[in-house]
Design a protein around this ligand. Sequence first.
Ligand code: NDP
Length: 244
Amino acid sequence: MIEDDSVALVTGASSGIGAETAVQLAEAGADVALAARREDRLREVAERVEATGSEALVVPADVSERDEVVRMVADTVDELGGLDVLVNNAGVMLLEAVADADPANWRTMIEVNLIGLMNATKEALPHLRDGGHVINVSSVAGRVAGETSSGYSATKFGVNAFTEGLRQEEADDGLRTTLIEPGFVETELADHIPDEDIQDHTEEMLQEMDVLQPEDIARAIVYATDQPEHVSVNELMVRPTGQA
Ligand code: NDP
């Protein structure tokens, strides 16, 4: 359950799903630490968090850098007095066909989407208080791979495997884990696709259907978080109704 003294740390909180999740967790009563690289955008989200009456902490961090992840968790615990919920949401989607892919983009996706999430989880574990919760934002692409999503899907399949292993290790100690698997959500995610044709195709698909908004996924995250301690919502896949 989210209580008035709950503390959440949200990565990738400068835009899209992470920003809305931070605001909705604050509306539910949690103080929220906001992590990402763009500090100016984090400050805008912090103002929205504070407008709810909850406390906001801006923690600029690149999750692909282990020392920055260590500092991000330590600063949250020091400044907000503890940690109850970690939302590993930071991610990049650099879609490319294998034959054309720049291996540097594979490395970036693995380091942000997977290693960043693994390091943040490991650092948070000793600090998570009773009823602690790790929420990992995966994707429909973490369950089904497709053309041009081989690299991205490899990271999200990894997120799913890591989360299930963690669940089994920590269930006895009362840790809850939730995998969130969104379908198409209107965010900045597609802006960074390196291949112009794939980016145009993705934008067209997004325009063709009534896609999800970031707040739709934030609601799913708050639902999973705001359950009694004996209820662990392990997995939520949320697609736009029109997504086949
Ligand atoms: P956005 O691009 O809007 O948000 C991505 C967030 O990740 C930003 O806040 C960005 O902040 C942060 N980020 C990226 N790289 C790093 C880094 N190295 N260190 C710290 N933060 C980083 O997209 P979404 O909101 O859509 O993405 C959120 C998550 O949802 C991702 O994991 C994505 O894979 C997943 N998802 C999204 C779907 C969609 O259709 N939009 C579908 C399925 C899953 P900054 O640039 O300031 O560092």
